[in-house]
Structures are given as structure tokens and as C-alpha cells.
Design a protein around this ligand. Structure first.
Ligand code: NAP
Length: 527
């Protein structure tokens, strides 16, 4: 049952006087439940509890953390229809999407459970002492990854489950041994509270310390900012807009003790369609891309917002078909009136730029909060010179850039901001003639796709979801897949430490049976 309160560790609390409601965009009306924003006192309490919990949680075994994560997954499933209905009422997204995203969330939790139960993820390295080495004896050195401390997680509006309360950031941080304080997203606070209740139940059932998880409500940015500035907070996970992520990064770096902010932000996900591919299959590509641009009402961070090609009959035919196809797709509801307004304004701003031609736009009146999808086109030189056209239009909009030459295309790619993905559409053997362009694209993105669409982010060990700034604040890390855990740890060395006082991961007899690097050799053997 949703209470409208905050979880300060295991306790429900609502000491504040600021209240708000969520909004049902499909019904175009406020939802009934009233949520109470967390007060400064509650923020202090959550941070203090998290810091105390860390003292115990950092040393909890992989097996116990796995039980905790698996129980969270079970408890989320047990929320059943209440969760699905609440999700739908706060997002306008359909039931299939709610269930699909729940499946992804559960899958992520179980993936991290498996990872920490097995245990080798800590990258144990052991260089045993060599007392007889000359001219100097060698000390005994042992290194492993250890958690950094309480993490604040900000979820995104467009993924209330998979990138929010128990999403990838929370699952990976808990798996690493870091307590988590979630700054609940104001657009889906009810969904957030239900998921938080599942996490708290799981924490109690599996004997985790009070404060290992808290969930704080807020209708504005102040609660999040106070959390990021709190001295007991040691890291931040954020999924959202470039403006929001950048503000938090700046805030964190101005603290007396700066802390890492792993922000996954906006992207326009360039797609390059090579000439032979345009010649051979402009029509089918256009149909595929009409689907990708409008998928989830374009509210995906990997939405293809920018399509580039060399001026040709093939490109003209692609643009014409894309334009005629995209208007045949029924307009869909956006997540919130604010997101809808931002989409309409940003789209109109892009369309109003000099030399931009709108090729398709649903002009008919649509239901309130439904998006009017659009496609526009512009020449390469104009795009190169006008940075406004490089900005994300979050929603079902894409800009097709018609380039004069390979040189111009390469220059455009080299001048793009960092992106989550880049896509190359090519006929067989065609891509090898464009290696400098593909190299330029590789330099700008976190993931490069061949003959596909950028939408759809598989949760797998080889996935990289991030990219050069501003796609993310640190391109060396991923927000999706098991390596996401590396954002919340630091390497730590023991020198000449007695065997019995070492953590199990580094003890001579390798009680956990994990893979370790001993004397530069990977092995599961005891020393
Ligand atoms: P958002 O407006 O940036 O909000 C995200 C969260 O951050 C909210 O809880 C928001 O709180 C908070 N926030 C925003 N600005 C803040 C500030 N200056 N100080 C403190 N807190 C702040 O983004 P959104 O609307 O939720 O998500 C849409 C965006 O996310 C799109 O640009 C999309 O491309 C991107 N996205 C990226 C990924 C990825 O993995 N890279 C995935 C999904 C979405 P308030 O709402 O209370 O202001």
C-alpha cells in the first residue's frame, strides 16, 4: 500500500509540510495520493543511517548480498498488479511496457546477485612476499576492490523501474556493498515507494543493517542537492537530462571533499547511412527508422535523433518515405505534461532554425499530452554551424542531415558532442571505404552499431551504456551490465597484513574459491 511517506532506513516518515501529487498523463488528471517531501532533518537522518549501515554492510559476504538482491527481486514481483497499475497511472505507458521493464529490473538484480555470490568480481591480486629477493626483499601485497560508501541515486522519468528506485544504479551499488539513498523521481513517486517497500522488506528478511536503503520524496531539486552536498554521501548515480547531470557534477566537485558523479545523460545517437545502402534499401530503412524514432514515444536516451547521409537520390527517397511512414503511426502519450511541453518547444525551436525544412509533422489536433511526431532535414554546412541543431529533442523527432561530401560528413561527426551510440548502415564491403568516418564516429560514442537501430539496450556483460561527455560524465564506465558495479568501488591494498586478518577474498587458502591473479598468473588455487 502506498503511504505517501519517505523511507528513512526501515521506518516510514513524513515530518514535512511540503506535499505534492503525481500526474496521470493519459487521463490528464492528478493522481489521488499525496506525497510528503523529505525535510532537512530526514535527509540528515537517512545519511547518518546509511553511513552507520556501511560499517557493517561493506563486509557482508557475497552470498548474503546475493540473498538480499534476489529477495528484492521476489518482493518486486510480489507487488504484482498494484505496481503495474501505479506505474501506468504515473507514466501513461502501457501494461506490456510496465511488465517488460519490471522483467528487466528483476533480471538486473539477479545478475548482480550471481556476480557477487561467485565473488571473483573484486579483482583480487596477490604478490606474495619474497624475503630472499636481492638486493631488496619484496613485501607481501594484496589488492582488491572495496565499496566507497553511501551512494545517492537519481532515477529517470522515462524508466520508473529499470533506471530508478531498484534500477541498475541501485542494484549495482548494493551489490558492491554501498548503502543507497534514492532521491525519488517526482513524476513516479508512487511506483518508487512501492519498489522501496520491496527493498525494505528484503533488507529486513535477509538481516541487512537498518539504513542500507532509504527513499526520499521531493517535488523539486532541493532534496537532491542537499543529498549530493552531504559529507556522508560518497558517490552519485544519475540518469536524466544533461542540465540536471551537469548541475550535480558541478555541485559534487565544489564540495570540500569532491565525490564521483556517474551521470548518464542525453544523446542524439547519430546514424550514418552509406550511399550503397541508400541505393539498395532506402524504403525498408525508412520504415524501420520510422518505428525506431517513435518507439516509446521517442522517450528513450538511445532514440535516433540524427540521421546523416550523402546527398543522392537514395537519400531523397529515404527522407520522403520516412516522412510518409512516420505520420501513419498513431501519436502516443508522453510521460508528463512537462515532458510534452519540453518536446513541443524543443521541436519547434529546431524546426524554426534557418534552412531547416520540416518534411513531416502531425499537425492535426491530438489528445492532451500526446506527441506529434516529426521529421526535418537540413544541409550539412548549416548543421555544422548551428549548435542548436545538435541538441537533444527528447521525443519522437529526428533530423536528417544531407551532406555534400565525405569530407563534410567526417567534419560533422568529428564535431559532434559525445554520444551514447553511433550507427552505421552499410552494404557488404561498403563500410571499409569509410574508415576515417567510422573512426571519427568511434571517437564520439560509447557503442557503435552495424546495420541496426540504436534503441534497445541489452543487459549483458559486453554492453557499454555511457559515452564521452555529455552522454555520460565518465566514459570509462557503463551504467548497464555487470561492469556497472565498478562505479562504486575503489582499489585497496594490504601490505604485509596477517593472513587471519585479511578479507576472505585475499586469504592464502582462497576460502571463496574465486579467480585471483597470484604472481601475475590467474588461478583459483590456494597459495
Ligand atoms: P531530469 O529532468 O534531468 O530529472 C532527473 C532527476 O534529476 C529528477 O529527479 C530531477 O528532480 C533531478 N534533477 C534535475 N535537475 C536537477 C538539479 N539541477 N539539481 C538536482 N536535481 C536535479 O531528467 P528526466 O526528465 O527524468 O529524464 C529525461 C532525460 O534523461 C532525457 O534527456 C534522456 O535522454 C535522459 N536519459 C538518459 C538515459 C541514459 O542512460 N543516458 C536514460 C534515460 C533517460 P526534479 O524532477 O525534482 O527536478
Amino acid at each position: 500500500m502506498i503511504t505517501g511517506k519517505n523511507y528513512i532506513g526501515n521506518s516510514l516518515s513524513a515530518k514535512g509540510s511540503v506535499t505534492y501529487k503525481t500526474f496521470n498523463p493519459k487521463a490528464n488528471t492528478e493522481n489521488e495520493i499525496v506525497y510528503t517531501e523529505a525535510t532537512s532533518e530526514e535527509i540528515q537522518e537517512a545519511a547518518h543511517l546509511a553511513s552507520e549501515a556501511f560499517k557493517e554492510f561493506r563486509a557482508v559476504s557475497g552470498t548474503k548480498k546475493a540473498a538480499f538482491l534476489n529477495t528484492i527481486a521476489d518482493e518486486i514481483l510480489a507487488l504484482d498488479d498494484e505496481l503495474v497499475q501505479t506505474y501506468m497511472s504515473e507514466t501513461g505507458l502501457p501494461e506490456g511496457r510496465a511488465k517488460g521493464e519490471r522483467g528487466r529490473t528483476i533480471g538486473q538484480l539477479r545478475t548482480f546477485a550471481t556476480l557477487v555470490e561467485e565473488g571473483s568480481w573484486v579483482e583480487a591480486r596477490i604478490d606474495p612476499a619474497q624475503p630472499d629477493r636481492t638486493p631488496m626483499p619484496r613485501v607481501d601485497l594484496r589488492k582488491m576492490l572495496v565499496p566507497i560508501g553511501p551512494i545517492v541515486v537519481f532515477g529517470a522519468s522515462n524508466f520508473p523501474l529499470a533506471y530508478s528506485t531498484a534500477g541498475g544504479d541501485t542494484a549495482s551499488a548494493l551489490a558492491s556493498g554501498c548503502p543507497v539513498i534514492v532521491k525519488s523521481h517526482p513524476m513516479h513517486t508512487g511506483t518508487g515507494e512501492l519498489v522501496a517497500s520491496a527493498i525494505i522488506k528484503a533488507a529486513e528478511k535477509t538481516g541487512m543493517p537498518n539504513g542500507v536503503f532509504s527513499n526520499l520524496n521531493s517535488s523539486g531539486i532541493e532534496v537532491g542537492q542537499e543529498l549530493v552536498k552531504h559529507p556522508k554521501v560518497k558517490g552519485v548515480g544519475f540518469t536524466g537530462s544533461i542540465r540536471g547531470g551537469r548541475a550535480l557534477l558541478d555541485l559534487a566537485s565544489k564540495r570540500p571533499e569532491p565525490i564521483p558523479v556517474f551521470a548518464e545523460m542525453g544523446s542524439i545517437n547519430p546514424v550514418i547511412i552509406l550511399p550503397k545502402a541508400l541505393e539498395e534499401r532506402a524504403h525498408s530503412l525508412a520504415k524501420t527508422y520510422a518505428g525506431s524514432i517513435t518507439l516509446g514515444t521517442g522517450q528513450f536516451c538511445t532514440n535516433p535523433g540524427l540521421i546523416l547521409g550523402l546527398k543522392s537520390d537514395g537519400l531523397t527517397s529515404f527522407i520522403e518515405t520516412l516522412a510518409s511512414e512516420i505520420v501513419t503511426i498513431a501519436p502516443q502519450c508522453m510521460l508528463h505534461p512537462n515532458i510534452h511541453n519540453a518536446y513541443s518547444n524543443n521541436k519547434a525551436r529546431a524546426q524554426a532554425q534557418k534552412n531547416v525544412q520540416t518534411k513531416a509533422n502531425i499537425d492535426d489536433a491530438v489528445t492532451e499530452n500526446y506527441a506529434q511526431q516529426a521529421v526535418a532535414t537540413v544541409d550539412g554546412m548549416t548543421f555544422l554551424e548551428n549548435r542548436t541543431l545538435h541538441e537533444e529533442v527528447f521525443g519522437p523527432f529526428s533530423l536528417v542531415v544531407q551532406c555534400e561530401s565525405k569530407a563534410e560528413l567526417e567534419q560533422i561527426i568529428a564535431n559532434l558532442e559525445g554520444q551514447l551510440t553511433g550507427t552505421v548502415i552499410s552494404e557488404q564491403n561498403e563500410a571499409s571505404d569509410y574508415d576515417t568516418i567510422i573512426n571519427a564516429l568511434s571517437d564520439r560514442v560509447g557503442r557503435i552499431i552495424f546495420n541496426g537501430v540504436p534503441t534497445g539496450v541489452e543487459v549483458a556483460p559486453a554492453m557499454l551504456h555511457g559515452g564521452p561527455y555529455p552522454a555520460s560524465t565518465d566514459s570509462r564506465f557503463t551504467a548497464v551490465g555487470r561492469d556497472a558495479i565498478k562505479r562504486w568501488v575503489r582499489p585497496f591494498s594490504y601490505q604485509d597484513w596477517p593472513n587471519e586478518l585479511l578479507p576472505n577474498e585475499l586469504k592464502n587458502h582462497n576460502p571463496l574459491g574465486i579467480l585471483r591473479l597470484v604472481n601475475d598468473q590467474e588461478t583459483k588455487e590456494a597459495l
